[in-house]
Design a binder for this molecule. Sequence first.
Ligand code: B16
Ligand code: MG
Length: 215
Amino acid sequence: MTIKAIILDLDGVITDTAEYHYRGWKHLADDEGVPFDREANDALRGVSRRASLELLMGEAIARYSEEQIQELMARKNAYYVAMLDSITPADFLPGAWELLQEIKARGLKVAIGSASRNTMTVLTRLGIPDFFDGISDGYGVVRAKPAPDVFVYAAGLVGVPVAQCAVIEDAESGVEGALVAGMVAIGIGPEERVGKAHFRYDTTAQVNLEEILRE
Ligand code: B16
Ligand code: MG
């Protein structure tokens, strides 16, 4: 079936905020005396803020009240948001800007499907707050990836049936969500992470729209 819309994940596909997420979680983990390193951070890729906190705290989460959990998430987010000030239009991942231009030039709808509640801030810092036909972020849906909700919502925003949407994702949970949504899944990253996708490329710069649209 013809692809009429491309839904892009934000962190890890368009720009690399993973380092800032890492530093934010590391700061929080140090505050709380919880061990955390870059390897543990890998498991948080594409994972919602709350689920990330649960992974970070492990069993210790049981010692915190709901109010304390909310405060922990707010504190990490404050650390993270302070770092977003340093993002500029120079911070597109290689090939991401060109890919966005190509999608539009081919007359396809283009949307964001991100777990992040900071999506608008990041898009504004990159200088593209008005570029997309639809923005589906962490505010629009209750169930986080690997649930398909964030992508199905994006499809609705751009008025394209799910079977005619393709999703570009760097997280295993995101690829799973795209497949459950019944969309074409395009994975960015290694086989062991995004190998279940219909198409896989090592980096955003290597995405071959010609090949994907030919299907
Ligand atoms: P926030 P994506 C995800 O964005 C990130 O990959 C993940 O590390 C983060 O925890 C999640 O957004 C929530 O972000 O705390 O800003 O709401 O990859 O889905 O664009
Ligand atoms: Mg991502």
